[in-house]
Write a protein that binds this ligand. Structure first.
Ligand code: HPA
Length: 261
């Protein structure tokens, strides 16, 4: 794990040699939400493949680059493309960018994703502010020897998504007249979509939405004492609730449609 810490520092040193920015906010853009970077001014881009130890993903709909820029007076860095466990990456690789962003000075992390709706009051195209998660992955990114320089062995997870920030997001949505839902995000491994029986089971367990990402980054960000806000785009109703079959194309189409909101 001492090597892991050195890898983080090496990646940060490389980024800082290319880009002289001090972002305090980072946004992980989920499938179909890449267009958010059009809102940034003074953009500077760095591709994942050039950064030491950064994995590189090839899921359709992801560009695989860090985009630095400003919105009003805020310095922001966006991840266009994230890493998933189902791609075969280790959990350390999936969450490596979060460690790097933290080391770059980012204190506030917004995670977004496309996901399936379990709660029957949801509709495709809805945005859901994530209140809590259920990690059904069976693994955890913090498994392994703990490096106390990064965080504690047993991180508290009673507030994975910052309550004040959730309230702020609700207030902003209200002011902008953007409808939203709130709920619990359940993480499945993927890459196959869930069965109808799995969705029925998770409904009983209290899940409102289901997806294949976001939770590993949330865990590591909390471990690193970052403040986290999570926003899901319900791109389809989950298996068995929806009468139609799922496709990644549909996911991208719906996410693209609401990415402005
Ligand atoms: N299940 C899991 N992940 C997803 C879904 C879904 O229905 N839709 C978009 N991502």
């Amino acid at each position: 794990f001492f090597m892991f810490y050195d890898q983080i520092l090496e990646a940060v040193t490389y980024i800082q040699s290319k880009i002289n920015r001090k972002p305090s906010y980072a946004i992980v853009l989920g499938s179909g939400l890449d267009a958010f970077v059009d809102n940034l001014l003074d953009k500077e881009v760095i591709s994942y493949s050039s950064i030491p130890y950064f994995p590189s993903s090839n899921v359709k709909g992801h560009k695989d680059q860090l985009v630095f820029g400003k919105i009003k007076d805020k310095e922001i860095v966006c991840m266009q493309g994230r890493f998933h466990y189902y791609e075969g990456f280790t959990m350390s690789q999936v969450t490596f960018p979060i460690y790097v962003l933290h080391q770059l000075g980012v204190k506030n992390l917004i995670v977004t994703n496309a996901c399936g709706g379990i709660n029957e009051s949801f509709h495709p195209g809805d945005l859901m502010i994530i209140e809590d998660y259920i990690n059904f992955l069976g693994v955890n990114p913090l498994i392994g020897e703990n490096d106390e320089r990064l965080g504690p062995r047993f991180p508290d997870m009673s507030e994975p998504y910052n309550l004040k920030w959730i309230q702020f997001a609700k207030d902003c949505a209200g002011q902008c007249q953007i409808p939203y839902k709130t709920g619990v995000y359940a993480l499945f491994n993927g890459p196959c979509f869930e069965t109808a029986a799995e969705i029925r089971a998770f409904k009983v367990l209290g899940a409102d939405a289901v997806g294949m990402s976001t939770v590993p980054e949330t865990i590591v960000a909390n471990y690193l004492k970052m403040r986290v806000l999570g926003i899901s785009c319900i791109t389809n109703m989950a298996t068995g609730i929806s009468q139609t079959k799922h496709s990644h194309e549909e996911v991208l189409k719906v996410a693209n449609r609401v990415s402005d909101d």
